[in-house]
Design a protein around this ligand. Structure first.
Ligand code: APR
Length: 279
């Protein structure tokens, strides 16, 4: 039985979500840190979240972008944990593997139901699970980015011995990760908004939906109406969010993404194979 929801209601909502997905023509998925906790990557605002349990870390995170702008070398020394209380956090994150949540989304993409994934997560786990069309709304630990010319490079293209790493244009590079106070790169922001304005189903998984501008995407889709020619918005999260309370989402599947998304993907496969069977 899936924790957080009575068994009966669980099965009903899984069947409902699968039917909605199978009936959709342009389903997209929005994800947050809750998708990766079952991979051992802590979230931020959940009961065991990094910000919930370590206020000093949150305060430090708010200074990171400013530090890069003022002193890129000091920024890198902190990010690599070679000086002060930095923790090499991002290099550790590259060693983590996807969990059943990520694999379920990849399966829904493989059968042509999910058209794109817009993630706040910087861990690269969607791709590791095989998902092709992923937009990194808050960047990724797998890349470095130049604020001056916008170029991005694989992190393995640089030894990170000589700091700061420099772009071809000569300007210092930062992690592609978008820090607090840093603007979202316009190419990603535009692509995400166009998907929110195009989708007829939005599946929102493992996010507290409180960080903007990402948290504005569901309301953007909702502005195009509900039901019929409108948009179906489904949440999967361990706890209700402002989207639930404000009625932006049509329904919440409350529980663990790793326990809810795989049976939803199974059920979608079932519907699609029956559909093929009936030619
Ligand atoms: N299954 C479902 N929900 C989960 C699970 C799980 N296994 N684990 C945690 N959750 C829920 C938490 O209860 C919380 O509501 O996922 C949500 C995660 O919310 P946050 O920690 O706020 O993460 P997120 O929404 O991704 O944060 C947005 O804030 O700190 C910045 O840049 C960072 O991208 C991040 C952004």
């Amino acid at each position: 039985m899936i924790a957080g929801m009575e068994a009966g209601k669980t099965q009903d909502l899984i069947k409902q979500a699968a039917a909605d997905l199978a009936a959709s023509s342009h389903a997209i998925v929005l994800t947050g840190a809750g998708m990766s906790t079952e991979s051992g990557v802590a979230d931020f605002r959940g009961p065991k979240g990094i910000w919930t349990t370590n206020k000093q870390a949150e305060a430090q995170a708010y200074q990171r972008y400013e530090r890069f702008l003022n002193d890129p070398k000091a920024y890198w020394e902190e990010m690599l944990g070679t000086v002060g209380s930095g923790s090499d956090f991002y290099r550790q994150m590259r060693k983590v593997g996807p969990n059943p949540s990520h694999h379920a989304i990849a399966r829904l993409e493989q059968v042509g139901i999910v058209k794109s994934v817009i993630t706040q997560n910087v861990d690269g786990l969607h791709e590791k699970a095989g998902t092709q069309n992923v937009m990194h709304y808050h960047g990724t630990v797998e890349k470095l980015r130049c604020l001056s010319c916008g170029s991005r490079f694989g992190v393995d293209e640089y030894s990170l011995e000589k700091l700061p790493p420099l772009c071809r244009c000569g300007r210092p590079l930062k992690y592609d990760v978008v820090h607090f106070q840093e603007p979202i790169p316009s190419d990603i922001m535009d692509a995400a908004e166009s998907e929110a304005m195009k989708c007829d189903l939005m599946l929102i998984c493992g996010t507290s939906a409180v960080v903007y501008p990402f948290a504005a995407l569901p309301a953007m889709a909702r502005s195009r109406g509900r039901g019929g020619s409108g948009v179906k918005i489904i949440e999967v999260n361990a706890e209700p969010t402002p989207l639930t309370h404000q009625g932006v989402s049509d329904y919440l599947m409350q529980g663990k993404t790793g326990e809810i998304l795989p049976p939803v993907a199974d059920e979608v496969n079932e519907i699609l194979s029956q559909r093929e069977g009936h030619g």
